[in-house]
Design a binder for this molecule. Structure first.
Ligand SMILES: Cc1cc2nc3c(=O)[nH]c(=O)nc-3n(C[C@H](O)[C@H](O)[C@H](O)COP(=O)(O)OP(=O)(O)OC[C@H]3O[C@@H](n4cnc5c(N)ncnc54)[C@H](O)[C@@H]3O)c2cc1C
Ligand SMILES: NC(=O)c1ccc[n+]([C@@H]2O[C@H](COP(=O)([O-])OP(=O)(O)OC[C@H]3O[C@@H](n4cnc5c(N)ncnc54)[C@H](OP(=O)(O)O)[C@@H]3O)[C@@H](O)[C@H]2O)c1
Length: 458
């Protein structure tokens, strides 16, 4: 037994990533009853991960989790080190030499490709890019979205696809008083998009949208949802899926689709067509996207396990703008094992493994642990489990005292990295809130690192 986690030898943990998984892990560590110090490394100058840069600007209530994270960050045993990319500015080996445990909560930073010809034509984008652009994520500010086309297509039927569709469908007045990035609002206000196709490879019983988000599509100021009632005819396996009491959420979504199908003819300027059982086969265009070749699918398999199988029946749809929204994907960090197929850090109950061998002192939580699914709250339970693994491992961890940020901060400074502390972030936050108040928005985000650093004293 060692004395790790006692006042004589505090447990020092580095958390990589400041999204929900990182903050819930910090909370569980700080409330564990052990003597623990947490240093949280974040590659951006702003904390909160996808709660800041993913959650849709017109869903402010869902960002309230930030209030909990703010409380955690104010703990005297917590330190935020923003603007530090682990694996680039500081290596994982360096972190390991300064901390007893390193916990990766770095999320899923990229998108999954469709893998069809023409996917990279101008006009075809990942939802990841569009979401980052309208939410002011600095990585995506130089991407140009050409909204001069009348038809847009979103591939995938999850909540991210729904967010993309809703942002395309809303009027400027519906977005003006949100924290949407100013440049995005300007471009969206000039959008010529009239028809948006929300395309699913499977059927109406298998959509991944949640029903409140789906219902919201029927409540927009200038957009009608359009569903062809013939598309809602179910095969026996899908009927069985919806009859399953544990699948109530899918039934509720199906009922919303039925209500959409029963609506009178569209009257608004925009239409969102929800279509099923279609997959893009090829994106076609001379120098830029002009049309999409779609394959019609049928469902095969047992209830709960049905997959889309191509029928051979094809159609073209003219379309100048396409977003693939078929899931996010994790990115490897140098020095840490990575499962390229699943886009996660391989782990057993949150302990990082290399093949079957557990790597002592390395842990994971959140989307980089289990893949890109689950809402904000899902990451709490996940992080609590990972922290339980750390605490269970205390007797076997290297218990020699670790210098933590006392060593790391001077090292980063020598490397020319301007670490953004939590106090720095509070200054940036206050400046964003002031900018927002001046234009009737909850906040006006800075979208460039330099703009944020300019707020801070030298
Ligand atoms: C577009 C979108 C909208 C969503 N909307 C909702 C919603 O409305 N409600 C809801 O409940 N859930 C929503 N979700 C799901 C929710 O955002 C996720 O469940 C959650 O953010 C995952 O948490 P995470 O901490 O694993 O990852 P993230 O939130 O992605 O956080 C990871 C953090 O790690 C940082 N990082 C990455 N690599 C490094 C590195 N090398 N060094 C340092 N830092 C690094 C990143 O910059 C990021 O800040 C949404 C997801 C998306 C994609
Ligand atoms: N408001 C909110 O609460 C909110 C908002 C945004 C995101 N989130 C959460 O964040 C998580 C991620 O959301 P997400 O929308 O990225 O993922 P998701 O819910 O997993 O949806 C992905 C969609 O892409 C489809 N797809 C996958 N591969 C495909 C392919 N090769 N071709 C065509 N379609 C393909 C899937 O269809 P199949 O079903 O056939 O695989 C599914 O419709 C989810 O848990 C979501 O609930 C929540």
């Amino acid at each position: 037994m060692n004395d790790l986690g006692t006042p004589a030898n505090p447990l020092r943990v580095a958390i990589v990533g400041s999204g929900p998984a990182g903050f819930y892990a910090a909370e569980a560590l700080l409330e564990s009853g052990q003597t623990v110090f947490v240093d949280m490394f974040e590659r951006l100058a702003a904390p909160f991960g996808l709660v800041r840069s993913g959650v849709a600007p017109d869903h402010p209530k869902l960002k309230q989790a930030i209030q909990v994270y703010q409380q955690i960050a104010l703990s005297p045993d917590f330190r935020f080190l923003g603007n530090v990319t682990v694996g680039r500015d500081i290596s994982v080996a360096e972190l390991q030499s300064c901390y007893h445990a390193v916990l990766f909560a770095c999320g899923a930073q990229t998108d999954r490709p469709l893998g069809v010809p023409g996917e990279h034509l101008p006009g075809s984008h990942a939802a990841t890019e569009f979401v980052g652009w309208y939410n002011g994520h600095p990585d995506y500010q130089d991407i140009a979205f050409d909204l001069s086309h009348d038809t847009a297509m979103v591939i995938g039927q999850g909540n991210v696809a729904m967010d993309v569709c809703r942002i395309l469908a809303k009027t400027p007045d519906e977005l003006r008083h949100t924290d949407i990035a100013a440049h995005a609002l300007e471009i969206l206000a000039e959008s010529k998009v009239r028809d948006i196709y929300l395309v699913g490879r499977r059927g109406p019983a298998q959509v991944k949208f949640t029903h409140p988000e789906l219902r919201e599509l029927g409540e927009l100021a200038d957009c009608d949802p359009v569903v062809d009632p013939r598309d809602l005819v179910l095969n026996p396996a899908s009927r069985q899926e919806l009859a399953d009491r544990s699948n109530r959420a899918a039934l509720k979504s199906y009922e919303v689709l039925q209500a959409f199908a029963a609506r009178p003819a569209p009257i608004h300027r925009r239409r969102c067509h929800i279509v099923f059982l279609k997959s893009p086969l090829e994106l076609i265009g001379d120098g830029r996207l002009q049309r999409v070749l779609l394959m019609r699918n049928r469902l095969v398999g047992d209830p709960g396990h049905q997959v889309a199988e191509p029928t051979g029946e094809m159609e073209h749809l003219d379309c100048g703008l396409l977003f693939r929204s078929i899931g996010y994907c994790g990115v490897a960090i140098p020095g840490v094992p990575f499962d390229t197929k699943r886009g996660v850090i391989p782990n057993r109950d949150g302990r990082v493994v290399d093949n079957t061998e557990v790597l002592p002192g390395l842990y994971v939580s959140g989307w980089i642990k289990r893949g890109p699914s689950g809402i904000i709250g899902t990451n709490r339970e996940d992080s609590v489990l990972t922290v339980a693994a750390i605490l269970a491992d205390l007797p076997s961890l290297d218990a020699s005292p670790k210098p933590a940020a006392d060593h790391i901060c001077p090292l980063l400074q020598r490397r020319g990295i301007r670490v953004v502390s939590y106090a720095d972030w509070q200054m940036i936050d206050a400046a964003e809130l002031r900018r927002g108040a001046a234009v009737g928005k909850p906040r006006e985000k800075f979208t460039r690192l330099q703009e944020m650093l300019d707020v801070l004293p030298p």
